[in-house]
Design a protein around this ligand. Sequence first.
Ligand SMILES: [Zn+2]
Length: 414
Amino acid sequence: MKQIVIKSERTSPRLEYVLDFIFNQFFSCGYTIVNDGAHHISYEISPSADAIHIKSSDYLLGQELMPQDHIIDSTHQDFDLFAYIFYQLSRAEEYNYLSDDNFGRFPGRATSIVRNFSEPTVDIYLLQLAAQISDKNGIKLSRSEQFRLLHTVDVDQMFAYKHKNIKRKLGGLVSNMIQGDIGRIKDRAQVVSDETDPYNSFDILKLGAEESESHYFILVGDYNAIDNALEIEKPAIQTKIKELGKDAVIGIHPSVSSNNDSELLQKELTRLESVISSGVKNSRQHFLCLEFPNTYRKLIENGIEHDYTMGFHDQIGFRAGTSNSFYWFDLENNEATNLMIHPLITMDVSLKKYLKLDPAQALMQTKKLIDQCKKVNGPFCLLWHNSSFYAAEGWEGWQECYEGIVNYCKELKS
Ligand SMILES: [Zn+2]
């Protein structure tokens, strides 16, 4: 195995975490840290002859939460590439953030001015580093990932009208009547079979699900206004979950109420696991509610190994600066964890509700991000909801957008 030798007088959990990410996860090779002798990269304050120099700063060697601005500014002479990558992946800027959002979420607009989330800057810089290593040492680093569609669906409710208890049915009807929503009142009366239910769009979603790695995240929390969960005790719902699990991974979609309640998450996991008769290791937060470090600690406590929440609710792009998966580093404990984060690049609701794009504009914006993933040979993770095709709820024309996204990924992959 190729080994990249890095010269650094000191090491630390942060530095080792970054080097693990670069040389074991992003590229398939190995690395060693030395404090003397021949090396490919020097991570020191002053350059050494014949090696690529990355100017080290104190950020990775100490325990400060935030770095000084200039060391993560790529245009500055003190730019520390390893510190920049750590800053991006650890999401340092999201700790202690006082959110004015209803769900306590960190919005895209709050990111630091030195960040540009429309490009996977971490991936871009790493490919530049690989080119430098190749030029200088003739070592060709190979990328672990490849461009592909990572197709994910959040299932808050399996059906719009079918398999709801009578209280919910009546409540829904009354609210449609108050709003004068004739379309939905009509649909309620006309939906007689599961097949005609407007949220039963799983045949459409097969377009992306069949050829790609695919995940369904199921909301099984207790019912309330925010966690408008499906009723998992109903046999038809259970059958549907099992059916979806035949060609995709079933994961949990933890309720908002469970975000600060580890026992509640445990209860939700048990519900889902008893239906699919196996352990659940994959998760994405309902409403993308993610608070550092609580949310991830709670997932780890409950045996979750993969999280797919790392995307902005109000923006599309690269929240952690990368398309590549990475382990979560707990900044408060200053240690790497075994929770693997899979960055989410585009969510349907961000396109429509927050960015206020029409389907054609949404497709165009999303294609730009897909191009970025293709350029760095990384996965493009899409989140679509099974409810996001229903015209009476404002999703007219979005099937074309969804299909355009999936087909574009297929085109670029071939
Ligand atoms: Zn949800």
